[in-house]
Design a binder for this molecule. Structure first.
Ligand code: ATP
Ligand code: MG
Length: 113
């Protein structure tokens, strides 16, 4: 299992969710965050509101998936989020050792989707 974290521009969220839905990826955690990339917020201020400390508003998507959904998830995020401009975002892929559905006690692959 992998835990996929996507940091994207807020105005790309709708498209990313559509692309994920097309691939039957429905489960996700979405947060509003602030962050900075290698331009430290300076060069992309035209795209989003700037917070103090050169921090820009971003959306953080977190999706836990079985191995056969890893590529589909990454590609859906890229398809929905890429414009070719700086600040399009980044995807981090982490190994996920365990997942537990609290209601049923399902664990691992059975619990994730
Ligand atoms: N190495 C990192 N560690 C933690 N968060 C990061 C890292 N790189 C990017 N981020 C997060 O992703 C957001 C978007 O990053 P961004 O797309 O600007 O990356 P970049 O490396 O500057 O690429 P680009 O040159 O395309 O802008 C940042 O605002 C920050 O929240
Ligand atoms: Mg950047």
């Amino acid at each position: 299992m992998k835990y996929i974290i996507g940091i994207i521009q807020p105005d790309r969220l709708d498209d990313v969710l559509k692309k994920l839905t097309e691939k039957e990826i429905h489960l996700a955690t979405v947060s509003s965050v602030i962050g900075r990339g290698r331009q430290q917020g300076v060069a992309e201020v035209y795209r989003s509101h700037r917070e103090p400390g050169n921090l820009l508003k971003k959306i953080k998507l977190e999706i836990a998936v079985n191995e056969d959904f890893v590529d589909k998830t990454i590609n859906a995020i890229i398809d929905g989020a890429r414009t070719g401009q700086i600040g399009d975002g980044k995807i981090f892929v982490l190994d996920l050792p365990e997942c537990i559905r609290i209601r049923t006690g399902d664990i691992g692959n059975d619990a994730i989707g």
